[in-house]
Design a protein around this ligand. Structure first.
Ligand SMILES: [Zn+2]
Length: 306
């Protein structure tokens, strides 16, 4: 039997999973990405983690069907070139697939992390049994992925699904992407934290803010429901445009709880057009932190030639 390696590379962690072909996880490894300042040391760490997991499971390269990578930025999917990573400096037009193939001598597949999270949730998670799905991941950035008629829709330049960069006003803050008034510049992690610091008069983490909201602290609930309303408005546009069966909400911030989730749900239900609003289910992601790794393994399983 052959195995699959799924890697989820984020701004904070590199998560690697060894999967069997039924996508049951057999082993895992997590590294902090922050310690690898330079591009080359991060690539070395990826190679090292793969070799380490092979070694400790007594596997040879020929036992691996392929390695899938979910990456935090726009990817030229077929060529395996990283256009750039918004939150990891030093990566611009890097032919990562070619580099890894040369160092590891295994089949390499890669895609944007939000795309792979969507694939995982639609195949094995919250959106199982739905054909038309939109997934959102809430974190430092806000990502999204589109599944249409059961297939991942990537767009002509493989850059679709960027809900974080839907503008919600004519004018407003300048976004990292170069755009103006993108939703990410209103409700990205950093924005929520700075809004919370102003209200509470001290630095407060997102976990603390979520805990406060769970205890029904009013200002904390107001921050989350305000963020949910903004996201709900952007999602209303998506729901009207795509008429999906469901929208799946995942990522770290999705754990903020009821105040955020209910506000997203209510906004979409109230604001979307009647046919789309009646159809769409707003669901919480099911695969949690493993979604990216599972999606990366699915990418290999569905793309590799046996
Ligand atoms: Zn933007």
């Amino acid at each position: 039997m052959k195995y699959i390696i799924g890697i989820d590379l984020g701004g904070t962690n590199l998560k690697l999973g060894l999967f069997d072909q039924k996508l049951k996880i057999k082993d895992r490894k997590v590294l902090s990405t922050r310690v690898f300042k330079a591009k080359d040391s991060l690539i070395k760490a990826i190679v090292g983690s793969v070799e380490d997991v092979l070694c400790r499971n007594n596997l040879k390269k020929k036992d691996i069907l392929g390695i899938g990578l979910g990456l935090p930025g726009p990817i030229d999917f077929p060529r395996g070139v990283v256009h750039f990573f918004p939150n990891i400096p030093g990566w611009k037009n890097i032919p990562l697939k070619k580099i890894l193939k040369a160092r590891l001598a295994m089949e390499i597949f890669m895609d944007n992390d939000a795309n792979l999270m969507s694939l995982a949730e639609q195949r094995l998670g919250a959106a199982r049994n739905f054909r038309n799905v939109f997934c959102v991941t809430l974190g430092t950035g806000i990502g999204g992925g589109i599944i249409l008629e059961g297939r991942l829709y990537r767009g002509s330049g493989f850059a679709s699904g960027e809900i974080g960069h839907i503008p919600i006003n004519e004018s407003g803050p300048r976004c990292n992407c170069g755009g103006i008034a993108c939703i990410e510049s209103y409700i990205g992690n950093r924005r929520i934290m700075s809004a919370a610091a102003k209200i509470f008069g001290k630095k407060i983490t997102l976990e603390q803010l979520s805990q406060l909201a769970k205890k029904k602290n009013r200002p904390a609930c107001a921050i989350w429901s305000g963020a949910g309303k903004k996201l709900g408005i952007a999602l209303t546009g998506v729901v009207n445009l795509l008429n999906p069966d469901c929208v799946v909400i995942g990522g770290g911030v999705a754990n903020a709880g009821k105040a955020l989730f209910e506000s997203i749900k209510n906004t979409v239900k109230i604001r979307a057009m009647p046919v789309q609003a009646a159809q769409v289910k707003i669901l919480k992601a099911k695969l949690g932190d493993d979604a990216g790794m599972i999606g990366a393994a699915l990418l290999v399983k569905e793309s590799a030639h046996y």
